[in-house]
Design a protein around this ligand. Structure first.
Ligand code: F6P
Length: 739
């Protein structure tokens, strides 16, 4: 308001000054012109009179002079005239007689110089003009004739011109200024006010609520500047907030060292044993050499850092063709080979056991039973018998390893060992036993088709603690128990009472080894074309998928979405490549070899459809890759895509997010993977919905850096706070507190 008032006053002042200046200029020009017109006219009158009759003034009768002046006045509009003979002899008509004294000096000058002179003067408050013309008299002496004109009309005229012009200019300038003021006020100020409101909203973190774009081109640069300042500010604010949050929660963030101390407190020197079917290190022949590999398994990714942090013993099936050659006489080997931290004990399964226990009951029975991926489970009695047998063998191994321990901590992994908890507890009731089910648990109706559901539930309920990734899976399990067994399900503390024993059923969302130390460390980004050069593929944009080739992973569905994306967005053809790292898995089973064929066929079909020189839509890398080999893809891809049709957690999603140290890139994540409950910064999709999954790819590729940052930071914070060390600590604390 104050600005507007002072603006208006300045305008009025400037307008007055301008109007005054212009009016002054015009009137003085006009005055000059009128003056010279009068001068000219008076001179011409004099000339004309003398031209018509040279002796006109010689013949004048002094008695008739007034009459003559009247006639000259009428004819030439002269006020009058005077004839100067000498200083004492001046003849004039009565109306100019009083003016003679004003003229004498000029008359003298004119006669002396022998030239006509003229000038304006004032007499009796009137403005007059006199023209003096010297003439030679016939007998030699000089006289002068003075002509007087009234010049008073000039001032009047000038006054009125001045006033008219001043008002005219004033009004014009005022109008122009007012229009300018209105334009500024409504056109520019409003837009600037909008930008100010937006900049303020950005500062206070509410920028999303206001549409910032002004509709004036000339404000665009300002808008762009503010936008980049705002985005830099937001980034700085977000990372400062994040840093502050991390700093305050640093105490709360679990590290291997902290877990080690915690475990020492919890175990009080007791042994910790992990049991799983899949071993964390597998020795295989490679020509004449023996190579050690880490199998593709989310379970291993999660458990390995715990064992590394706390030593202990890991019992698993030895499945590598060089495994026997690398163990000692107790079937044990220290791992990791390059820097041993804990002991691995291998158990040897016969071919028959492998077929029935592993391929048969575990992977053709329980796996499809628990994953709702529309592959029918197959239950065979022979498979079940070997499943029981292998569980008993492992129970024996555990008991053997803990024979001197009254209360060891035993952490059993996954669906291969549903019977193990009860088998151990039967022999060692004081042992603390937990089983963690890494895969989903279906609803009671689905699970109910298993002919041995009661035995499985009884076996599991031998544990003190049963862990799943989500509360949803816990609820399904408790409902299944409720339906199938004579027991008491206590929903208030999620436990089951059976035969005088209590088993707690709790969610423990598993995670990866990601601590503050790893937070800002990442591999440098490599350009897609450089990364893919060894495959002869040139691309600007890169998507990455890492899965075991399993029908539950939705790899074919993922490829259909990629195909649809390219169909809908042809501008990405030749520019976007999706790299699918696919580790062949359980290949002896038809359902798995069929899945591999479908994945290969779809890759070829889609690549053929969108054929382009030096480019592929999908690059299928069908072999086992180490973490080290996958890392550059994680850090360089524009997005990672996880499309599981059903998945307990999916640690690929977490590994990708953890690797993005610059908080960029996007994660497309199936809503049917347990990870979708925690990673809410992901673009969540239903992989069966090809259309929307295709659109998610576009969203991921075209997401602003700011949004990528926000989403990534949220997810990374979740993972660092809920890393595998915190998972282990929570699970072991829960185990320790159960009586
Ligand atoms: O993560 C679930 C799981 O079944 C693990 O138990 C297992 O190690 C992994 O998938 C891979 O399966 P497999 O050991 O049969 O290759």
């Amino acid at each position: 308001m104050r600005f507007t008032i002072s603006f208006i006053f300045s305008i009025i002042f400037a307008v007055t000054l301008v109007a005054f200046g212009f009016a002054f200029y015009q009137s003085s020009t006009e005055k000059k012109q009128l003056n010279s017109e009068l001068e000219l006219r008076t001179r011409q009158v004099a000339k004309e009179i003398f031209h018509n009759d040279t002796l006109f003034f010689e013949k004048i009768d002094p008695n008739n002079i007034n009459h003559l002046a009247d006639s000259l006045n009428k004819q030439y509009n002269l006020l009058g005239f005077a004839i100067y003979y000498n200083y004492d002899s001046i003849l004039s008509n009565s109306s100019v007689r009083d003016l003679i004294n004003n003229s004498k000096v000029y008359i003298y000058q004119s006669i002396t110089a022998d030239t006509s002179l003229g000038n304006f003067f004032k007499a009796g408050g009137k403005k007059l003009y006199q023209h003096i013309r010297p003439t030679k008299r016939p007998y030699g002496s000089t006289k002068a004739v003075i002509f007087y004109s009234d010049a008073g009309y000039i001032d009047k005229l000038i006054d009125s011109i001045w006033f008219r012009n001043f008002i005219g200019w004033f009004v014009q300038a005022l109008l122009v200024s007012l229009v300018t003021l209105i334009l500024i006020r409504w056109g520019i100020f409003r837009q600037i006010n909008k930008i100010v409101a937006w900049a303020k909203a950005v500062r206070t973190g509410n920028s999303g609520l206001i549409k910032p774009q002004p509709h004036l081109d000339f404000l665009d640069p300002l808008h762009k500047e503010i936008e980049s300042i705002a985005s830099a500010m937001n980034e700085a604010k977000a990372s400062a907030e994040q840093e502050a949050r991390l700093r305050t929660s640093a105490e709360a963030i679990w590290t291997p060292e902290r877990l080690k101390v915690e475990m020492e407190n919890l175990l009080h020197g007791k042994k910790m044993i992990v049991v799983s079917n899949r071993e964390p290190y597998m020795h295989i022949h490679d020509g004449k050499d023996i190579r050690c590999i880490v199998p593709a398994s989310g379970m291993i990714t999660a458990m390995e850092p715990i064992l590394k942090a706390c030593s202990g013993l890991w019992i698993a099936s030895g499945t590598g063709d060089a495994d026997r050659e690398t163990v000692n006489k107790h079937d044990k080997v220290e791992v990791p080979p390059e820097d041993p931290k804990y002991t691995l004990r291998r158990l040897w399964l016969t071919k028959q056991e492998e077929n029935h226990f592993y391929y048969g009951f575990s992977n053709e029975g329980l796996w499809p039973l628990c994953h709702i991926a529309h592959t029918r489970p197959t239950f065979r009695n022979d498979d079940w018998l070997d499943y029981k047998k292998v569980n008993e063998d492992f129970a024996r191994a555990v008991l053997e390893e803990t024979k001197n321990e009254e209360q060891p901590f035993i952490l059993i992994q996954d669906f291969h060992f549903a019977l193990l908890p009860a088998l151990i507890k039967k022999e060692k009731p004081k042992a603390k036993v937990a089983i963690f089910w890494h895969i989903p648990w279906p609803n009671p109706e689905s699970f109910g088709i298993c002919p041995w559901q009661r035995e499985i539930l009884d076996g599991m309920l031998g544990a003190d603690l049963i862990g799943f990734h989500t509360q949803y899976h816990c609820n399904h399990f408790l409902e299944t128990v409720n339906n199938a067994l004579e027991s008491m399900v206590l929903w208030e503390n999620f436990s089951v009472k059976k035969g005088g024993r209590t088993t707690y059923v709790k969610p423990f969302p598993i995670s990866i080894a990601f601590t503050l130390k790893d937070y800002d460390i990442g591999l440098p980004k490599i350009k897609p074309s450089q990364l893919l050069s060894e495959y002869g593929v040139h691309a600007h944009f890169l998507g990455i998928g890492v899965d075991r080739i399993d029908y539950t992973k939705g790899i074919v569905e993922k490829f259909l979405a990629i195909e649809r994306f390219l169909e809908k967005n042809p501008s990405y053809i030749g520019k976007f490549t999706f790299v699918q790292v696919g580790a062949p898995s359980r290949t002896q089973l038809k359902s798995y070899s069929d899945t591999i064929s479908s994945v290969e066929n779809e890759t070829n079909r889609i690549n053929l459809r969108f054929k382009a020189k030096n480019w592929k839509a999908i690059l299928l890398l069908k072999r086992h890759h180490s973490h080290k080999e996958i890392a550059p893809y994680y850090s360089s891809a524009d997005f990672c895509m996880v499309t599981s049709l059903h998945d307990g957690m999916n640690l690929v999603a977490k590994e990708f997010v953890a690797s993005r140290s610059q908080n960029d890139g996007s994660l497309i994540l199936s809503r049917f993977a347990g990870a979708s409950q925690e990673l809410q910064g992901a673009i969540i999709v239903n992989p069966y919905d090809v259309e929307k999954t295709a659109d998610a790819i576009k969203t991921a590729l075209e997401m602003t850096k700011e949004e990528q940052n926000q989403r990534m930071m949220q997810m990374r914070l979740v993972i660092v706070r809920h890393n595998i060390y915190s998972w282990a600590a929570t699970l072991l604390r829960t185990m320790a507190t159960i009586n």
